[in-house]
Design a protein around this ligand. Structure first.
Ligand code: XMP
Ligand code: MG
Length: 165
């Protein structure tokens, strides 16, 4: 669907824009594991401004019967208060994950929150949170490669493929 070459070129463009927008700010990039680890690394190495990077992970656990599965963000070890946080996501689908992350960052008193995602499915999006840096808008199909997995596999494929059933 998207070749490695096209991907990398677009990442260069996003990073160039971030270098302009984020200059002079106290920047913390926040990668969302597992899927965003490659995108976060590729973006981060192209930043030419002082910036920190940290990663958090959404862990599912069983809540009470009424609340069902609860998703908690784990792995916080960076001071967020007063910083410009750049959330780095692999893919934004419905936006539920993003809503969860935004609530947490607001609670932790981030001064400013920017959202970067490698891929975005506009037809599936249910949120109103604006996305600041979008690599590619894609149709509402399941994709693998470049960090995105199918049952844990495929993250190391350098290009993006659509899964055909
Ligand atoms: P929401 O709906 O919360 O979803 O925006 C975001 C998370 O869902 C996963 N996701 C995918 N994973 N191929 C994948 O490998 C896909 O096409 C896909 N669509 C959504 C992903 O974990 C993402 O963070
Ligand atoms: Mg996945």
């Amino acid at each position: 669907m998207i070749t490695e070459e096209t991907l990398q070129k677009r990442i260069g463009e996003l990073a160039a824009q971030m270098n302009i927008d984020l200059k002079g700010k106290n920047v913390v990039c926040l990668g969302i594991l597992n899927g965003a680890f490659l995108f976060a690394a590729d973006i981060f190495r192209k930043l030419e401004i002082p910036a920190r990077i940290s990663f958090v992970k959404l862990a599912s656990y069983q809540g009470t019967k009424s609340s069902g599965t609860i998703k908690e963000l784990i792995g916080w070890n960076e001071e967020i208060k007063g910083t410009t946080v750049v959330v780095i996501e692999d893919i934004v689908d419905t936006g539920h994950t993003l809503e969860r992350i935004m609530a947490e960052l607001t609670m932790r008193e981030a001064a400013e929150i920017k959202i970067a995602t490698a891929f975005f499915k506009p037809d599936a999006y249910k949120s109103k949170i604006p996305l600041d840096y979008v690599g590619f808008e894609i149709p509402n199909d399941f994709v693998v490669g470049y960090g995105l997995d199918y049952d844990g596999y495929g993250r190391n494929i350098p290009s993006i493929y659509t899964l055909i059933h």
